[in-house]
Design a protein around this ligand. Structure first.
Ligand code: NI
Length: 256
């Protein structure tokens, strides 16, 4: 009854225990997972994993920290991969001025090309934003009819409001469970329920009490429980609503 909308099962961290991690997630209420690619290699790997599990879907794209290396040929391959029936979105893409301040123009160009692909094929964007809230907003606000996710959103509630007005969803991960996760906790309460999603971003950002450890999709339950507590609603209701949001946004039919 949960969907982990952002998990890197394609990371080398899961190369030895992939099936075990997937089965553990299934035992902890996770009925579907979206494996997110971030470069040529992990995009391919994400697609391969979807071919082994009916309840796993993929997105393919180029992460902003990879933008400097992306070529036209890479975009051609990406367009082909986006036709795959288990590929349900474009990304992870976006802007990251924390890890890469040297290639801002190239980051913006690679992001824009992915936004245009998303609009052309009507599959949602998975948006990464770090130390680049305003720039990300400025790029996105040039477009109409956007569909997508501000993934593991860590910005202010005020900016969240602006992204929601652009038509985007807000996805929360492990930081909402941290004792010092003040902003994510505020955001967890203000996002309209029909725009809210949950994710782990595994293997990163493990929720409390596993902070600092390798994360895995079974822990999306801890994130959903904390958001339900903050919003004063039942875990079951929060799980049901966020899962419906994910299926609708990614155009996944239940029990597919
Ligand atoms: Ni990610």
């Amino acid at each position: 009854m949960l969907v982990d909308t952002h998990v890197h099962l394609n990371s080398h961290k899961f190369k030895d225990n992939l099936d075990e991690v997937i089965q553990r997630a299934r035992k902890n209420d996770v009925e579907a997972m979206i494996v997110v690619g971030y470069d040529k290699e992990t995009n391919q790997k994400a697609i391969e994993i979807t071919e082994q599990y009916s309840f796993i879907f993929a997105t393919v794209g180029f992460h902003p920290t990879e933008a400097k290396n992306v070529t036209n040929n890479d975009f051609e391959l990406l367009s082909k991969q986006l036709e795959h029936k288990k590929v349900v979105g474009v990304g992870e893409c976006g802007l990251d001025f924390y890890w890469d301040k040297e290639n801002i123009e190239k980051q913006i160009e690679v992001f824009q090309r992915q936004i245009e692909l998303s609009l052309a094929i009507n599959k949602p964007l998975i948006i990464h934003m770090r130390d680049a809230s305003e720039a990300t907003y400025n790029v996105l606000s040039e477009y109409d009819r956007l569909k997508g996710i501000m993934h593991c959103y860590s910005g202010s509630p005020e900016m969240a409001e602006m992204f929601i007005k652009l038509g985007l969803h807000i996805s929360l991960g492990g930081p909402v469970t941290f004792h010092n996760g003040v902003k994510p906790k505020e955001v967890a309460v203000m996002v309209p329920i029909d725009r809210l999603l949950v994710e782990t971003d595994s293997p990163y950002l493990s929720p409390h009490p596993f902070r600092g450890k390798t994360n895995e999709p079974s822990r999306v339950k801890l994130i959903a429980e904390e958001i339900a507590r903050l919003r004063g609603m039942s875990y079951n209701e929060l799980a049901m609503k966020t899962t419906n949001n994910a299926y609708k946004l990614f155009n996944i039919k239940e029990n597919e």
